[in-house]
Design a protein around this ligand. Sequence first.
Ligand SMILES: Nc1ncnc2c1ncn2[C@@H]1O[C@H](COP(=O)(O)OP(=O)(O)OP(=O)(O)O)[C@@H](O)[C@H]1O
Length: 290
Amino acid sequence: MSFNSDQIIFLINPSSGNGDYLRIIKAIQQCDDAIDHFITGSKEETKTFLETIDPKYKVLVICGGDGTINSVLNYAVKSKLVFAVLPNGSGNGFARELGYRKDVAFTIDRIKKGNTHEIDVLKVNDNYCCNVAGIGFDSFIAKQFEENSKRGLLTYVVETIKGFRNYQGIDASLTINNTTEEGSYFMICFANTRQFGNNTVIAPNADPHDGLIDVVLIRKFHKALIPFIALKLLSRKGKNSKYIRYYKTDTIKVDTRYSLFHTDGEPLVKTGTILNVKISDTIQLIQTQN
Ligand SMILES: Nc1ncnc2c1ncn2[C@@H]1O[C@H](COP(=O)(O)OP(=O)(O)OP(=O)(O)O)[C@@H](O)[C@H]1O
């Protein structure tokens, strides 16, 4: 199926990344001035935009970071629209994994070619997630990042270093593939793709087409071990560490009093102690390969 210019609309979040969204509008107009765009001021505005979207549009290009992509999932899983991403966030984990580029001309070219594929979407309690969700250190950092007035890679680095000083770990009981274990954890990640963003790979074997969640369990460790554990993770050799374990499953239950979790980097607070994670739906994406 190929798409025409008047079937494409760009949804632009001006608060993503360093806020440089005007270059995107300029590039769209230069490439093809028959293609529309909509600038969204909030998640609420995006919801209304999607609920009332003109049916002539067949492809929605999400311009922003993982949080912006996350904000359309509630709608995306029930819609016949096809999605593409123009990465403009701080980490852009999902876009990096699916081969999207900052190049507007490339994006429009791929859309017009019209090759699509389906990818999995996770549900974490009542919240959708297409990239990585988690509870523990990563949700702690997601919250600190949200509260910081600056975005971008440097802010992630600063918040992560501060987080190592302040974060205490969580106690949890987990049920995966009918087995239960409990202990103290540094973090528990639920990955659909391999990376958080900025090429920081947490789940080297994750594949958004396999119908499975890649669970990464990192046990609590002494702070002196931070450089060693970080090196194991970043060099994708976590399998060799006694602190790190990987599972593939289609459902996992976590029982913990720690309330802060995240979906695609967006911090959320759960009400009870349970976090249920499962593969729930799929969405259609524009393929980036020829
Ligand atoms: N649809 C939306 N409209 C407006 N603002 C949104 C929308 N979705 C998310 N946001 C907010 O916009 C800000 C930027 O989010 P986004 O995640 O896109 O960029 P980022 O955090 O810079 O990048 P990344 O998530 O890739 O690290 C966040 O505060 C997020 O909560």
